[in-house]
Design a protein around this ligand. Sequence first.
Ligand code: ZN
Length: 389
Amino acid sequence: MIPRHQIVLLSTALLFGMAPVRGHSLHDDGMTSLAEYRRPSERTLLHVPDIDGYQTLKADLHMHTVFSDGLVWPTIRVQEAWQEGLDVIAITDHIEYQPHLEDIPFNPNRPYEIAGEMAAEKDILLIKGSEITRYTPPGHFNAIFVKDASEFVKVRERKNPELDKEAIDRAAAQDAFITWNHPGWKVGSIEGSYDWIPFVEEIHKEGKLHGIEVINDLDLHRKALDWALEHDLAVLGTSDIHNIIANRYDMEHGVHRSMTLLFVEERSLQGVREALEAGRSVAWSTRHLAGREKWVRALYEASVAVGGIYHHDEKGIAYAEIRNNSDLSFDLALADSGLKGWPETITLNPRSSQTLEFRSRSGTARYVVKNAYISGSEHLVVEISPEKN
Ligand code: ZN
């Protein structure tokens, strides 16, 4: 019989391809491998359905590194994105703000160059970008799909409002996709900062504003969703991450970074740009969705399935299954307050199923999806009809 500790050594040896009995050899080199404790090189898969014939991509188009006021090297952003199951990222360091300048020389093209090889190896689509960082108002704008970020260097005086327009013009001259970032972030401290101001109206009229952040980090900017609908802008959700992702988001409890779901014709940079320009996007932050009704509804319908009634009990209660096949969450509240015999609320957690019990006399009920915004003040409304299935 082989002693137990030798079996462990033998299996470890086989696993790592070492010579067996290494631990007991006279030629022991004094080393014991603890490689079993290494984090597995695997990524989380976020299940979000494809909709309406489009492939759904997960994108984070606003992130920082040590090249502005972030705390990490550009390749860390690629690693994190890969581990979290993202498809598309843009590193968007501030043009006008570099607190690490004494340690890191200013070069706005470097983060993209440094991250490029790892992004290619991990099949992450990497978009070149910069954050135009003007004093608020008008605040910050991301320019993505830029060609040469060093062209923005001439506008680095961020408190000089005379250069605000030139900063946007320089991005537009490179055919950048330009978004207005976190429009509500100074709402309590700078009066008029969370308004559709003349500057924004001007660049929008000139065709130099293409998207708006509705979710930035841990804030849902509901007024920004109304502006997106009114002015035909792409809806974005972004992390605007400065620290490491795991430090910012409660990942141990199922939280993930805020991001944009993009509905693309093809998984390529061109496909991403086309989807953004066509407004096929929804902002997503763990349990919350915000976007155009058409896309939010399509996500709900592709995620949630209601089965037929499989049982009636003696009290007239019908039983059916309601299932959420995706990693999205839907918090339903009964829309018709007078409707008796249906649950007041239904919480559809990611990838779960539950029994729906209801009075079969009323075969259909309408529910408000409390965590799915289709405007700044409206939620998605859905119908549940087990009898029809
Ligand atoms: Zn930022």
